[in-house]
Design a protein around this ligand. Structure first.
Ligand code: WT7
Length: 647
């Protein structure tokens, strides 16, 4: 195998706006360089100092232990993550500050101050203990985007129960598999969740899942949508009942830094779900510090991350990181296009959101829907924009900056993973000049390297495998119940180093460009190309809203490229356009990269976290019926529609 070749030619550079840099926590490149150097030259000193900003019942004296692949952080320290997110702020006089501004899909708004949230979490912690949940027990949380989901997470963290949040879009089989793998004995759910004006019946899915989960002793069911549900006597408890008469006094116990905090199953485009395990102290410090510096959080910010709590982004950057910083967090229950295509912008304007964090897949949808929707609202409160989840194509980046950010807001392109727990690479918005499509430079303490097949370091602009060769506080500790999978999956390709699974290159300025999963690399006439860059070239064409590129076997070239293309709303499909798009890629990247075929599609199949399922498309392109796991597919009808399309 030859190394991955990078073909992106983006060269625009955007300096941090002076007005932003002036007030930023890190306001210059020189200051970043100084802090970064300190963090990698003296990681123990650096992280000990960061950890001291949080509350420990016993201060850690051992900071970092590294016996690859096993890391321990702050091991002799004891703390409580929920205490740090809640009681600490109340004790320090910030109890009246708003913690959550929650907006329901039907339109209601609820605000919870830090004092109120602390009280609710204490009560629910008492309710869990009263129901028989003990420290170390696994608790599945299968809910929509309601404040109670965050309350349930924080209550588990508080009593030392290990939560596993399952995204509410998953169905019974996926829920069952995760409950069984985690060995969960409690499930917290709701009657139903609102999604695009309809009820998603969560409790009914739980009922089905529990037919094969005899170890589950109890469920706790929140009433949200009021749909009819069945309650199994002796097993199912009402949320309101378990809280009845429960005290709001609860002293947070001192938990060991390495006490298991949560298991989160990765969305994964292939294979069976993996339970990524995060532990208390390192995850707490990592998400606290990254939230503070990457989002440049200030006391008066109104911060909104549009992710679902069912994903790592929701764990780290809706709940734990921002609350540990005492931030005001917007939480929205529903879909971006309900009741109108401007719902997000209405929310930004209504709550005067200052920091907005979303995914490239959402940004491409906004572009497709048209500029008139953000145009209807005053987005002048925004000061910082972020993205996460996949490489952002430069055209989407530029649109985001111009239309949403009014050419005024810096953009942070944050690269990280479920496994890394927190942001690993991103510009610090007041310090680092941005290049559209690059996640720029590593965060403090992060040591990324790009390696060739043989383990040697790749040169400038040479594509290779992205690894992290030093431990960091919020790294996964293992794969739940499967140490073998942990070693093999992450530490075997380059022994002793964490392999991310991504391909990347580093440019002449030392900036990182992530090219996507190495599994998504295609090989055409001996060129190994990352599909994300090919897709980015397609999306740069004015007719294209979204693209997915895969390879099919070809006698002549080894593999031939097939592009699945979703057109912008106003564009008419035609054979000429197919040819024009293929030519466009040939011109942008090189003749060898010209797709052999272009297929128009209403939508491309995606996982529920917005990642294109190229495996399915590759099977379709090869003329095969997609086999294997489709439980993570967001909309199964997309697949059926694609089957019919002829070339
Ligand atoms: C994979 C991790 C981290 C929260 C959401 C996804 C891709 C993520 C970026 C980015 C390029 C990115 C990578 C990574 N990815 N952010 N800013 N630029 N690629 O979490 O489901 O664990 O996926 O998402 O391929 O490995 P996840």
């Amino acid at each position: 195998m030859t190394t991955i070749k990078s073909v992106s030619k983006e060269s625009r550079v955007f300096d941090p706006p002076a007005a932003f840099a002036e007030r930023a926590r890190v306001g210059s490149r020189a200051r970043y360089d100084e802090l970064y150097r300190r963090s990698v030259e003296d990681p123990e000193g650096f992280w000990a100092e960061q950890a001291r900003e949080l509350h420990w019942f016993r201060e850690p004296t051992t900071i970092r232990q590294w016996d690859p692949p096993f890391a321990k952080w702050f091991e002799d320290g004891t703390t409580n993550l929920a205490y740090n997110c809640l009681d600490r702020h109340v004790a320090e006089g910030r109890g009246d500050k708003t913690a959550f501004i929650w907006e329901g899909e039907p339109g209601e708004t609820l605000t919870l101050s830090y004092a109120e949230l602390t009280r609710e979490v204490r009560r629910f912690a008492n309710a869990l203990l009263g129901a028989g949940v003990a420290q170390g027990d696994r608790v599945v949380i299968y809910m929509g985007m309601v404040p109670e989901a965050a309350i349930a997470m924080l209550a588990c963290a508080r009593i030392g129960a290990v939560h596993s949040v399952i995204f509410g879009g998953f169905a019974a089989d996926a829920v069952r598999d995760r409950i069984l793998d985690a060995g969960a004995t409690t499930v917290i759910t709701q009657d139903g969740a609102w999604r695009r004006g309809k009820v998603v019946e969560l409790k009914a899915q739980v009922d089905k899942a529990l037919e094969s989960c005899p170890e589950v002793a109890r469920t706790i069911v929140l009433r949200r949508t009021g749909n009819e549900i069945t309650m199994a006597v002796g097993r199912d408890l009402e949320w309101a009942d378990v809280l009845e008469g429960v005290s709001d006094e609860h002293e947070a116990p001192a938990l060991a830094a390495e006490h298991p905090l949560f298991i989160l199953y990765t969305s994964g485009t292939t294979g069976t779900p993996k339970g990524v395990l995060h532990t208390t102290g390192g995850y707490m410090v990592g998400t606290y510090v990254t939230s503070k510096y990457v989002f440049d959080l200030r006391d008066d910010d109104v911060y909104w991350c549009t992710a679902d709590v069912g994903w790592i982004t929701g764990h780290s950057y809706i709940v734990y990181g921002p609350l540990a910083n005492g931030a005001t967090v917007v939480m929205y229950e529903g879909a971006p296009n309900h009741p109108g295509l401007d719902r997000f912008w209405e929310i930004v304007a209504k709550h005067r959101v200052t920091i907005f964090y979303t995914a490239p897949t959402a940004i491409r949808a906004f572009i497709k829907w048209g500029d008139e929707h953000p145009g209807k609202h005053d987005l002048g409160s925004l000061r910082l924009l972020g993205t996460v989840g996949e490489p952002i194509n430069p055209e989407a980046w530029i649109w985001y900056r111009r239309v949403i950010g009014g050419d005024r807001c810096p953009i942070i392109d944050t690269w990280w993973q479920t496994e890394t727990g927190g942001i690993m690479m991103s510009p610090l918005p007041g310090a680092i000049a941005a290049k559209p499509g690059s996640c720029t430079l590593p965060f403090f303490g992060v040591s990324p390297k790009i390696l060739r097949e043989d383990g040697s370091e790749a040169g400038p602009n040479e594509g290779g495998y992205l690894v992290i060769d030093q431990p960091w506080p919020s790294m996964l500790r293992t794969v739940w119940g499967n140490e073998e999978r942990f070693r093999k999956g992450y530490f075997s390709r380059f022994p002793g180093k964490y392999f991310t699974g991504d391909g990347a290159r580093r440019d002449e300025d030392g900036y990182f460009w992530v090219m996507g999963r190495v599994d998504d690399v295609v090989n055409v006439s001996g060129h190994r190309l990352g599909t994300a860059e090919l897709e980015s070239a397609l999306v740069a064409h004015p007719a294209v809203a979204e693209a997915a590129v895969v390879a099919r076997p070809d006698e002549l070239t080894g593999q031939a490229l097939v592009a699945f293309v979703t057109l912008k709303g106003t564009v008419t499909p035609s054979a000429e356009l197919k040819k024009a798009l293929a030519d466009h890629v040939g011109e942008e990247i090189g003749k060898f990269a010209r797709p052999a075929s272009v297929r128009f599609a209403d939508a491309v199949p995606k996982t529920r976290s917005g990642k294109i399922m190229r495996r399915l498309l590759a099977e379709l392109a090869a003329g095969k019926e997609p086999a294997g796991d489709v439980t993570t597919l967001e909309d199964i009808s997309v697949l059926a529609k694609l089957r019919g399309e002829d070339e």
